[in-house]
Design a protein around this ligand. Structure first.
Ligand SMILES: Nc1ncnc2c1ncn2[C@@H]1O[C@H](COP(=O)(O)OP(=O)(O)OP(=O)(O)O)[C@@H](O)[C@H]1O
Length: 294
């Protein structure tokens, strides 16, 4: 039984778990002193800020996907409250990076008390929890393979049938006062190591080291696409000359060709220039080190 004063926030609409109510009851059995609150879909960010301000919580459990966790993370700025993600979403990008693949992993992590002071990325003033990307998105490839066209922009429908034909986008990367012009089919800015699908695009990254990574991928032809796929599977992209990687705590990226842009797996309106930096506030986040999440 956990003694900390806990607030358990969950999103009744995230993901599609059939037995969510039973799982919530099992999690509540684990907590001693807690309040349960479900999101409403209306001004939840403001409501959560008020709950956090008025309550005297040591711990917030969040049952939802990245969208729900993001709202809570924003409400915790300047506070020392610990956050435990419970992967109730459909993709669960952040939870995957933290090694929290199931709600049981989350409870194990809570019992063990394993936390990190996680860096929080700021993308043009919005929070990004684990990664943003320009261009071809791994989640979209997966949806395409699954025959699910939800969320795909029109041009993907025409071009994805042949991955090899996709043209690179030009990007200008402004890093430590220097400009670098790069051509890439995918450009990823990541604090986390993987997509919610489990694909490791930023092997070896740490979420609490005060830096994030910028990764440009420009594979050409079937051979290089296969090499990339193999590298992602064995979590090692070293030695691939169509992969470039930089580390930074701030960067600006000019996206003059308006490559599609996603933050934590959600499509975001394309901006010609996007600024990334780490926020001053870190979040005390539970994780599961044995699952090699970071
Ligand atoms: N009670 C509610 N009714 C309708 N929509 C809700 C409600 N509560 C939250 N939402 C909506 O849920 C969305 C956030 O979902 P979230 O990202 O957590 O889950 P998901 O999309 O299933 O997961 P993932 O990001 O892992 O794919 C927001 O758009 C929010 O407005």
């Amino acid at each position: 039984m956990i003694k900390q004063h806990a607030l358990f926030i969950y999103n009744p609409f995230s993901g599609d778990m059939p037995d969510k109510d039973d799982i919530i009851a099992s999690i509540c059995d684990h907590l001693g002193n807690y309040e349960l609150w479900k999101t409403t879909g209306e001004k939840d960010g403001e409501k959560i800020k008020k709950l956090v301000k008025d309550g005297d919580y040591d711990l917030i459990l969040v049952g939802g996907g990245d969208g729900t966790i993001k709202m809570v993370a924003e409400a915790l700025e300047g506070k020392k409250i610990k956050l435990l993600p419970i992967p109730f979403g459909s993709a669960n990008g952040l939870a995957t990076c933290l090694g929290l693949k199931t709600w049981e992993d989350s409870l194990e992590s809570l019992d063990k008390g394993s936390t990190i002071d996680m860096d929080l990325m700021d993308v043009n003033g919005q929070v990004s929890l684990h990664l943003s990307d320009f261009g071809l998105n791994a989640g979209m490839i997966k949806k395409f393979e699954d025959g699910d066209e939800r969320g795909m922009v029109a041009y993907f429908k025409n071009s994805l049938s042949s991955l090899r034909d996709i043209k690179p986008y030009p990007f200008k990367i402004i890093l430590r006062g220097k400009e670098e012009n790069v051509e890439a089919k995918m450009l990823i800015v990541a604090n986390g190591s993987k997509y919610g699908t489990g694909a490791t695009i930023n092997p070896g990254s740490k979420m609490d080291d005060g830096i994030f990574e910028i990764i440009a991928l420009n594979p050409n032809g079937l051979q290089e696409w296969l090499e990339l796929t193999y590298g992602v599977m064995r979590e090692d992209l070293s030695g691939l000359d169509f992969v470039r990687r930089w580390s930074a705590d701030r960067v600006s990226i000019e996206n003059s060709a308006e490559a599609p842009f996603h933050v934590d797996g959600e499509i975001v309106e394309v901006k010609n220039k996007v600024s990334f930096q780490l926020r001053d506030h870190k979040i005390k986040m539970y994780w599961h080190p044995e699952n090699h999440g970071l």
